[in-house]
Design a protein. Structure first.
Length: 257
C-alpha cells in the first residue's frame, strides 16, 4: 500500500472525475493522499473534498506562488483552523525564487509565520522550495524545533544533507522518472531510507511517458518502480518504508484495504 504524500486532488483539474480518480488510485494501491492547500480561498473546498472521500487528509497553508492573495488576517485564520480542526500538517508553504514577480519579502513573511505556527503547535510542515533550498534551510534552522518534508526536491546532495540534518524528509515524484535526472536519481539511490517520501504533486509534474497529460495519484506506482530499481530493492520494500515514513511524519493511521 502506498501513500501519495503530496496531491492536489481538490483542484478544479479533478472536478469532472474526482471520485473515479480516487478509485483508480486505490486500485493501484494508493490508499492515502496528503492534500496541501494553496490559499485561504481554497480551504473550505479542500475540507469538503477530504471529508467526502476516505483516505484524503488535508493540510492548511499559504503557498508562496499565491503570495499576492495572502493577507495578514489569513495567518490568524490559519491559527484558528489549527485549533479547531487539528490538521495533520501546515502547508503548502515555502519560498519560490524562480517565478518572476513574486514579492520576496512577503514570501519570507508568510513562510516564517507559518513555520512559527508549526513549531508552536508541534505540526509538520509541507515545504515548497524552488531555487531556494539554501534559503529555506536557513529559515528552518533559525526557527528550529521543526519537522516536515521538502516536496518535489530537486537540489544537490549537499542540500539534501542539510535537510536530513534538520530532520526533514524529501518528497520525490515525477521528475525521478526522467532518465536525464541523473543528480536526483543518484540522491534517491543512496539516500537514507527514513527520509524518503513518494508523491505525485497531481495534477502537476507529469511523469516520463505521460508528458502533456494530467498527472494523478494512481501513477505513483511508476515513481515507486523507478525508486525501487535505483535503490536495488523490491517495490514492496520501498512501498513499505515510504508509507511508514509518511505515517510517522503525519501521524496517520495504519492503512487498510
Amino acid at each position: 500500500m502506498l501513500i501519495d504524500s503530496h496531491s492536489h486532488i481538490d483542484t478544479e483539474a479533478f472536478d469532472a472525475d474526482r471520485t473515479a480518480t480516487i478509485l483508480r488510485a486505490r486500485a493501484a494501491g494508493v490508499h492515502a493522499q496528503i492534500v496541501p492547500a494553496i490559499a485561504k480561498s481554497g480551504w473550505d473546498h479542500l475540507r469538503q473534498v477530504c471529508h467526502a472521500h476516505a483516505g484524503l487528509y488535508p493540510a492548511y497553508g499559504l503557498h508562496p506562488m499565491a503570495v499576492a492573495e495572502h493577507e495578514p488576517q489569513h495567518l490568524l485564520d490559519l491559527a484558528a483552523i489549527i485549533k479547531d480542526e487539528q490538521p495533520l500538517a501546515i502547508g503548502e508553504c515555502g519560498l519560490d525564487l524562480f517565478v518572476e514577480g513574486l514579492d520576496r519579502d512577503r514570501q519570507y513573511h508568510y513562510f516564517n509565520a507559518q513555520l512559527e505556527l508549526a513549531r508552536d503547535h508541534d505540526l509538520p510542515v509541507i515545504v515548497h522550495a524552488r531555487r531556494a533550498f539554501d534559503e529555506v534551510a536557513a529559515c528552518l534552522r533559525r526557527i528550529g524545533g521543526l519537522r516536515g518534508v521538502v516536496h518535489s526536491f530537486s537540489g544537490s546532495r549537499q542540500q539534501a544533507e542539510q535537510f536530513w540534518k534538520l530532520g526533514f524528509s524529501l518528497g520525490i515524484g515525477g521528475p525521478l522518472t526522467y532518465p536525464r535526472a541523473r543528480r536526483l536519481r543518484d540522491i534517491v539511490a543512496r539516500m537514507p531510507a527514513e527520509f524518503l517520501l513518494l508523491e505525485t504533486d497531481s495534477p502537476d509534474q507529469p511523469l516520463h511517458g505521460h508528458q502533456g497529460q494530467r498527472n494523478e495519484p494512481a501513477l505513483l506506482v511508476e515513481v515507486l518502480a523507478v525508486a525501487a530499481s535505483l535503490r536495488q530493492q523490491s517495490p514492496a520494500e520501498v512501498a513499505g518504508s515510504t508509507s511508514a515514513n509518511a505515517r510517522r511524519l503525519f501521524n496517520l493511521p495504519e492503512l487498510s484495504n
